[in-house]
Design a protein around this ligand. Sequence first.
Ligand code: RIB
Length: 291
Amino acid sequence: MILNFGSINIDNVYQVSRFPEAGETISSKSYEKILGGKGINQSIAIQRAGGNVKHIGFIGDDEWILNQISSMDMKVDFISKCYGPTGHAIIFVDENGENQIIIHPGANNKFSKSQCFEILENFTSKDTWVVLQNEINLSVEIATKAKELGFKVCYSAAPFDSDHARKMLPHIDLLAMNETELKELQKSLGENVFNLDIDMILVTLGSQGAELHLGNSTIKQSSFVNKAVDTTGAGDTFLGSFLACHNNGYVTEKSLEYAAAASSIQITRIGAAKAIPTFDEVQEFINERKE
Ligand code: RIB
C-alpha cells in the first residue's frame, strides 16, 4: 500500500520554439489545460505500474480535474474540494522537450494536521509507504508522524528548497532527486549526501538514466533511447513506477528497469499525468528491446 499526500495541479502547457528572455514577449505554438502536479503524477505512475495507491489531496471547485483523475482509474475518495483555487502551473515546453515551470500552490496548501494524522492512524504501517513532495504544506509534520507510526517515507525533494529538504532528511527511507537538486543539497549540507543515514537515494539523470544508492552499493540504470517531446513529469513517472514495483516485491534491478522504460515512453508525449504509460505499454516496450 502507498499513501501519497500529494499535490494536484492544473497544468497550463505552452509549447514554444524557445524560452522567452527577461522582458520579452513571445507567442506560443499551442496551449493545453491538463492534469498535473508532482503528487498526482506520481500516484498515477504508481497505479499504472500496478501499485496500490491512495492519493490524499485538495482541489478548488474544479469538478473536471476530479473527473480527469477518475478517468485514469484512480479512486478519488481521499481528494477533497476546498475554498480557493486549485493548485496550478504555467509550463513552457521548448523544441527539445525541456521545460520551465512556475507553480502556485492554491489548494495544495490546505492540508490539516488533524485530518492527515487521522488518515495515517487508520492505515496499517506494515509494508506501507507514505509519499511526499515539496508541493504541499505540512510535509515535515506528516513525515514525522508517519515515522512515529512505523511507515516508510519516500520524499522527492522538488521543487527544491534546501531548508525544507534538511528538515525532511531525518524522516526519509527513500530520497529522490535529480542531478541539480543533488548538487544543491550537497552544497547546502557541506557533506556527501550519500553518507546520510537514508536507506535508498534515487538520483535521476535525465538521458543518462538513474542511480540508486543503497548505503555501500550503487545500482546504475541506463535510460532507453527515445526522442523527448516533453520531459515534464518524467521524474515523477520514474519515482512512482520504481516505488510501485519495489512495494510489489520486484527485485531492485527490475524495478529500476521498469521505471526507466516508463519514463522513456512518458517523455515522447505532451503533458505530465496523461503521458504516463500503462503497465502493458511498458512491458511491451521492454520486451521489444530484448528481442
Ligand atoms: O513534475 C512535473 C509537475 O511539476 C507538473 O505537472 C507541474 O504541475 C509541477 O508540479
